[in-house]
Design a protein around this ligand. Structure first.
Ligand code: NOJ
Length: 514
């Protein structure tokens, strides 16, 4: 386990929209370098950068055309190497986004693979052997290749599935994971990883990490064995490199696959979604809404068993949002967000902050861009100040990658820096508390002390610290087995007190006691 993860806090950057230094309307590596001090000032000491490789951008870069070359629109490979160096100089780490499940249909491997004549790449992707038959339950494309067969997709039409084999082979075109050509795909992905690690990258966020071996069993035996093999390579060659999976099955990802971290991701009605985004039914029951209709036990039911089962091996991680999800500002105001972030940043595992969530950037209702569809509204340019294009770019507004939020009250960094009570400054205080208190970091103990269905507050322990949380507009109380005198207040939003075994919390409050 890379030691630096214990006190890591990640900042996710969608490079298109972070900071444009050459006035072409899209963010770039130099922009990220210029803003490293800002990111560090928040208390984030690690970055996850969404795919920044050469790509036709039909899925915002998750359709990689060349794994070893950056997209010219962000700069050059040397600029990215310089970014690694500048981050390291500041004690920061950088994860790139590894997309191992599929490439772009324009990738050189795929262009070879679709040829009629057998070659080294024929089995790099999953092909059937007759163009006129469907691929038995898998999404596929037929009729476009010289080769007689159809190929499997991993996501959009532009993303043919790389071939890591089938755990259960049911058709003659399905190869087992230990077939030399499937092993060759895995080794090719390791080669990509080594390339970036050798140039100073500190690890990877892994896209759709659970999708590699097809027809896998319920325990994900095939895919996790593949990742375990990758972990062995890392332990031997790059022991400080970190891997986080987009999987949301920590038992498979962490315990079996050897990932250091796995995300608790948004999913229909799942435990994470009930915290911040429980509005699909038309009624908003999100736990952090001040109307107090949420129920923390819905989160804990899923989180606690997974946390308990994986805590010795890795970190099950919480995020404010990501590039696929509605911004939390969509349904929560700044006070609600402060309490939500206080929770997210004091839980076990490694927290992830999505760029712009520190100022409460809004979700914008805008047309799709680069395969974003509904996700596009969470990918708009960072709002740095109230100047032209919110300080993101000097280009004409119609040349922007995506429109900036032009509302009169659109939040921005400069204004919030000047306001001691802003969301941005609350994030800073919370993250500096986390860095100061080992008990708030990734691996310190976590225990639920009070969580009742339909009731508040929520009370939990991290190491020797007591954390008490009331997102609602009502005063609430609960029994706790401590007296106020033993406890000193370390941090507070709102107020509350502990008296003869009972904790009382004022509306919308979050308190940390030692
Ligand atoms: C998950 C990524 O987060 C998403 O943005 C992308 O579209 C798909 N995987 C396909 O790579």
């Amino acid at each position: 386990m890379p030691k630096w993860l214990k006190d890591a806090v990640f900042y996710e950057i969608y490079p298109q929209s972070f900071y444009d230094t050459n006035g072409d309307g899209i963010g770039d590596f130099n922009g990220i370098i210029e803003k490293l001090d800002y990111i560090k000032s928040l208390g984030c000491n690690a970055l996850w950068i969404n795919p920044c490789y050469d790509s036709p951008f039909k899925d915002a870069g998750y359709d990689v055309r060349d794994y070893k070359k950056v997209a010219p629109r962000y700069g050059t490979n040397s600029d990215l190497y310089r970014l690694f160096g500048e981050a390291h100089r500041r004690g920061m780490h950088v994860l790139l986004d590894l997309v191992p499940g599929h490439t772009s249909e324009e990738h050189a491997w795929f262009l070879e693979s679709q040829k009629a004549g057998k070659n080294e790449y024929s089995n790099r992707y999953v092909w059937t052997n007759v163009a006129f038959q469907p691929a038995k339950g898998f999404p596929y494309i037929g009729g476009e290749s010289e080769r007689d067969g159809v190929y499997l997709l991993n996501f959009f039409k532009c993303q043919p599935a790389l071939n890591y084999g089938f755990q259960r082979c049911e058709e003659d075109w399905q190869l087992p994971p230990d077939h030399p050509d499937c092993i060759a795909t895995r080794e090719a992905m390791k080669d990509v990883m080594r390339f970036w690690l050798d140039h100073g990258c500190d690890g990877f966020r892994v896209d759709m990490a659970g999708s590699l071996v097809k027809n896998d069993d319920e325990k994900k035996t095939g895919t996790s064995a593949l990742w375990k093999n990758v972990r062995e390579m890392l332990d031997e060659e790059y022991p400080e490199a970190a891997m986080v999976s987009e999987w949301n099955e920590p038992m498979a990802a962490i315990n079996q696959g050897g990932f250091h971290m796995d995300f608790f991701l948004n999913g229909k009605d799942n435990g994470y979604t009930t915290l911040l985004r429980d509005y699909e039914s038309g009624e908003d029951n999100s736990f952090f809404r001040k109307d107090g209709k949420g129920d923390i036990t819905r989160f804990l039911e899923e989180y606690v068993p997974r946390y308990m089962a994986t805590k010795e091996n890795g970190y099950y991680c919480l995020l404010t949002c990501n590039h696929d999800t509605m911004r939390p500002k969509y349904n929560l105001d700044d006070t609600e967000l402060k309490i939500a972030y206080a929770f997210l940043f004091t839980m076990p595992g490694v927290p992830y902050l999505y760029y712009g969530d520190e100022i409460g950037m809004r979700y914008l209702d805008i047309p799709t861009k680069e395969g974003g569809y509904a996700r596009t509204g969470s990918r708009t340019p960072m709002q740095w100040n109230d100047g032209k294009n919110a300080g993101f770019s000097t280009c004409p507004a119609d040349a922007l990658y995506l429109p900036v939020d032009t509302a009169a009250d659109a939040p921005n960094v400069a204004a919030q820096e000047a306001d001691a009570d802003s969301l941005l400054n609350t994030v800073r205080t919370l993250l500096s508390l986390r860095h100061e208190q080992e008990d708030l970091q990734a691996d310190a103990e976590f225990e639920v002390l009070y969580a009742e269905s339909g009731k508040l507050p929520f009370v939990y322990r991290r190491g020797d610290l007591l954390l008490t949380l009331n997102p609602s507009a009502e005063r609430v109380s609960a029994p706790v087995a401590v007296t106020g005198k033993e406890k000193k207040l370390l941090f507070s939003i709102g107020s509350g007190e502990i008296n003869s075994g009972e904790i009382t919390l004022e509306p919308q409050s979050f308190l940390v006691w030692k």
